[in-house]
Design a protein around this ligand. Structure first.
Ligand code: GRF
Length: 227
């Protein structure tokens, strides 16, 4: 009886509790966003748990952070497999084994296979160090993004959390936060300033999913605000 009532509440989106999601973080670089997510969990700003970390770079800071925090982690790169299909099925089997609800890309320098994107449709998000759709797409990663921002002379840049689909930096935007471009900035200064904003933004995005505030209509995200 109680179970039926709870299921009913869930269905009508009135369940009063936050969802605690099992997160998998995919990262290739220093892994500071992973650290920020883990800190947010420690400070109970989010209820979700990072259950799995995967990197295609054996030297990634994300793998070190994962092992320090006793999180299951793997260095998995396509080079270790005979084909893209084998690599994909290894990833899918790990997601299944660890009951992954959402995949978070944090500087993951490899396009996910269409099979993974299909299987986790609307459950994969990425953080990008600019205000998409500006300064996104192929080649727009790492320091390149900030160099392009400075070259264009825009006065405001920022960070974007967006859904991942089959096209680079194309999925619906979940949340964004502006960051000023200051006179005298070089790409490195700007990268660091944007990164500090990313570290707050990614946990905020996770929280929106936990609170079931994110809905998608016509490839646009709507955030439910309290009445
Ligand atoms: C971040 O700037 C993120 O926006 C981009 O890659 C970088 C990853 O940084 N996609 P880190 O590895 O989390 O420090």
């Amino acid at each position: 009886m109680l179970r039926h009532f709870l299921l009913f509440l869930l269905k009508i989106n009135k369940f009063p509790y936050k969802l605690a999601l099992n997160l998998c973080v995919l990262a290739s670089g220093s892994g500071t966003n992973l650290k920020a997510i883990l800190n947010a969990a420690k400070q109970r700003k989010i209820s979700s748990k990072v259950v799995l970390v995967i990197s295609n770079n054996s030297k990634s800071g994300a793998l070190k952070t994962a092992s320090k925090n006793k999180i299951t982690s793997f260095h998995l790169s396509q080079k270790q497999f005979n084909s893209e299909e084998e690599f994909t099925s290894k990833l899918l089997s790990l997601f299944k084994k660890h009951k992954v609800d959402m995949i978070l890309l944090a500087g993951y320098m490899k396009m996910l296979s269409p099979q993974i994107i299909r299987k986790f449709r609307n459950r994969i998000i990425n953080i990008h160090p600019a205000l998409l759709p500006a300064f996104g797409g192929k080649g727009m990663y790492g320091i390149n993004v900030h160099e392009a921002v400075l070259k264009a002379g825009v006065k405001t840049t920022g960070a974007t959390v967006h859904f991942v689909d089959e096209v680079y930096d194309n999925g619906a935007i979940v949340i964004q936060k502006e960051v000023p471009v200051k006179p005298g900035d070089d790409a490195e200064k700007l990268r660091k300033r944007v990164l500090r904003t990313e570290h707050r933004l990614y946990p905020q995005a996770i929280r929106l999913f936990e609170e079931k505030k994110v809905s998608l209509r016509n490839n646009k995200v709507f955030i439910r605000t309290p009445k």
